[in-house]
Write a protein that binds this ligand. Structure first.
Ligand code: AMP
Ligand code: GLY
Length: 460
């Protein structure tokens, strides 16, 4: 089978590499891919927004499975368009992608299905938003642009002056373009962040290993938000009890909501969570694999990923057993270029990639690179993700930073504290294997869903 991966980031490099390992796959193509995928895939010169070009390529190449990585083409309906042509597509249609594409849609959905999240207000006028902010007494407040902003549309503000400045920038100056036409202002939640990703065909969910992402650009979680500065997995504080809570209070009701609303969701549902003292709360939904979370998922997944992608696309995920996972730890350090998440230079030659991959159990996933003759050049802000396995987080961390240190270009930087967070709550341990739930329609009952959870391994 030929598989087409749509996208050009580290996530797509990781997926393409994992897919390429499958015995079911004869060739992996990327649209457009990057300098990393060029080494083992056929990169097609197609932009992710070129839906007509991608559809044509699928037909001409006889593609058996399309995996759509980024949110923009999903929100634009690329999944719907390709499915209408009879293709097997991993990735939700435009309706499902609204969970990510519109913060307002997501908040209203969360409210409708009573899924725990922060209290919020919506504003379509800057004046009203600022009046509200000047009157509110509890700080911080979180200002979120409604539309897609590449992880850069969320601002934790500590006083009215700061928050009103953000509202002016986003809504009046349109620093994030159309994404800032409306804003959500929500209460600030304290706790620990956790990303939970599941593959789902709308009826069955297959839980992927929890991965911790470091979102802020500066060490100690300081500075503006980014798409993600590094990852580690497993996440020590995730107990079986917490996973069950997440499943029952968040994942199941989300799936239920999708079914009730008639949304046929086939792809990754990603719940960005805050684990508060009162339990898990949804920060955001994404409608696709996380980047760089996927780099850790692909490194730790021992099973062939292709049957899972295909079964999700074809709506028969319930036929599969849960995937097997490498018990080793994974750490990924994102190498950025000076200026990110603001403006930055591109076209800088990168040295030392081979030496970095010579570090044991280390893969350098390319996020923003392109090949130019014999050179690999930077082409984005998050350029690489140096990702290592190790017997524990310390070893994985040492390897990832060793690999990072062997790479060089002018203006390279990273966070030096990736993977340093440690379990703090006594009695909370990492599950031996992730839980796995089946959700099925049951005719003749008022609730369209029935749940049976199995395959939990010997959890504490
Ligand atoms: P989001 O894109 O909505 O996940 O937000 C990006 C980041 O902003 C999150 O990962 C959190 O670190 C932070 N954040 C967003 N909403 C809140 C909130 N209500 N309370 C605290 N932090 C938040
Ligand atoms: N790393 C966060 C995201 O993919 O949204």
């Amino acid at each position: 089978m030929k598989v087409l991966v749509v996208g050009s980031g580290g996530r797509e490099h990781a997926l393409a590499r994992k897919i390429e390992e499958s015995t079911l796959v004869e060739e992996v193509l990327c649209a457009p891919g990057n300098g990393g995928t060029a080494g083992f895939c056929r990169n097609l010169d197609l932009h992710t927004k070129d839906a007509a070009g991608i559809e044509k390529a699928c037909k001409e190449e006889g593609i058996g499975l399309v995996v759509i990585g980024p949110e923009e083409p999903l929100c634009d309906g690329l999944g719907d368009r390709l499915r209408r042509e009879g293709l097997a597509v991993f990735g939700p249609g435009a309706e499902g992608a609204r969970l990510e594409g519109s913060k307002l849609f997501a908040k209203e959905f969360l409210e409708r299905y009573r899924i725990p999240t922060a209290a919020y207000r919506r504003f379509d006028r800057a004046g009203a938003a600022k009046s509200y902010l000047e009157a509110v007494s509890s700080w911080p407040q979180v200002v979120k642009a409604d539309g897609i902003a590449g992880g850069k549309g969320v601002f934790v503000c500590h006083d009215p002056g700061e928050a009103c400045g953000v509202v002016d920038a986003v809504m009046e100056e349109r620093t994030l373009g159309a994404a800032g036409a409306e804003v959500v202002i929500e209460e600030f939640m304290c706790g620990r962040e956790l990303s939970i990703q599941v593959m789902t065909d709308g009826r069955t969910i297959c839980l992927l290993q929890p991965v911790m992402d470091h979102k802020q650009v500066g060490e100690g979680d300081t500075g503006p938000n980014t798409g993600g500065m590094g990852i580690y997995s497993p996440v020590g504080f995730v107990s079986q009890r917490l996973m069950q809570q997440i499943e029952l209070q968040i994942l199941l009701p989300t799936l239920h909501g999708l079914v009730v609303e008639g949304i046929d969701f086939r792809g990754v549902l990603y719940a960005g969570l805050m684990i508060t003292d009162a339990g898990p709360r949804v920060l955001e939904y994404n409608c696709r694999f996380g980047d760089p979370e996927t780099q850790a998922i692909c490194m730790r997944m021992k099973s062939d990923i292709v049957p899972y992608l295909l079964a999700t696309a074809e709506g028969r995920l319930e036929e599969l057993d849960p995937p097997e996972w490498d018990p080793r730890a994974c750490v990924g350090v994102v190498a950025c270029t000076r200026g990110y998440p603001g403006g930055y230079e591109t076209g800088l030659p990168i040295r030392g990639l081979e030496r970095a991959e010579a570090v044991e159990d280390t893969v350098v996933f390319h996020g923003g690179t392109r090949v130019d003759g014999d050179d690999v050049l930077t082409s984005g802000g998050r350029v690489l993700c140096v990702t290592s396995l190790g017997s524990d987080l310390d070893e994985a961390r040492r390897r990832a930073y060793e690999g990072y240190g062997r790479i060089d270009w002018s203006g390279k930087f990273c966070r030096n504290d990736i993977g340093l967070a440690r379990p703090t709550r006594p009695g909370m341990a990492e599950p031996a294997s992730p839980t796995y739930g089946h959700f099925e329609r049951e005719p003749g009952r008022s609730s369209p869903l029935r749940e049976s959870v199995g395959g939990q391994g010997d959890l504490p």
